[in-house]
Design a protein around this ligand. Sequence first.
Ligand code: AMP
Length: 284
Amino acid sequence: MKEYARNARGEGRVVGLVPTMGALHEGHTALVKRARQECSRVIASVFVNPKQFGPTEDYKKYPRDLEKDAKTLGDVGVDALFAPDVADVYPDGFRTYVHVEGISERLEGRSRPGHFRGVSTVVLKLFEIVQPHFAYFGRKDAQQVRIIGEMAHDFNLDSEIVVCPVIREADGLALSSRNAYLNDAERKAATVLHRALAAVRNELSAGVRDAMQLQTVMRRIIEAEPLASVDYAEIVSADTFEPVMRVARPSYAVLAVHVGKTRLIDNLLIEPASPGSDEFLFQL
Ligand code: AMP
């Protein structure tokens, strides 16, 4: 892959990288399509990264279907698929890790200790192997892409991070490989994340700015759903992911919710229409 990417760069190609863990869906193919528009060589990686799963998490049962993924990627116009083995990515004796301080300990990092260390480490490795001009990530994992952006900045990486919108089902559920774990009743209940975020958007449109009040709205909606339980429901700065008291600057409403045994995340991006404006734009 190093040689392939080096040759592409040598030919003057614009190289785009789409990192994934496979079990591909339209959220992933949307990243590829965006890369296809902006790059003349598009490389996708499929690697279920053991280092970003906690000891009690779903690493073993995470859905895997490389053959199907390869076909999906071919159909959507990927030039090369990078699907390394765990032993090649982490040979015996591997012991160097990347840790983006502070933000990695919040929210997802708090619920999943070591998760972002695993993510940052594997993404830095992918960036070193491919050295893409552009790398494509979904805003579905807003904290992840903020951490990767920080790493790219702090380490003077030459890859530009491109953040793409969240792709959803018709009823609002964000596409996720983990949605495959949901049974019929849980699948219905899983719309509660989108409903809670849409309620926050409505409250903000009606003039509510107090973060506690907005959090309460989210919690009430989730607590009313018997199959769901809140892990976190917060209003945070889009920069630091620390909680805010009032919504004034770019912020996220962020959610992690257990639906049955499946843990789902989602977010609403809240941005002032112009700097200092009290009018907001939303991206769900
Ligand atoms: P994953 O395979 O879950 O590690 O995700 C790989 C990439 O796809 C990450 O950048 C995710 O943020 C992105 N992604 C996953 N689901 C979605 C979605 N529903 N909409 C947009 N991007 C997504």
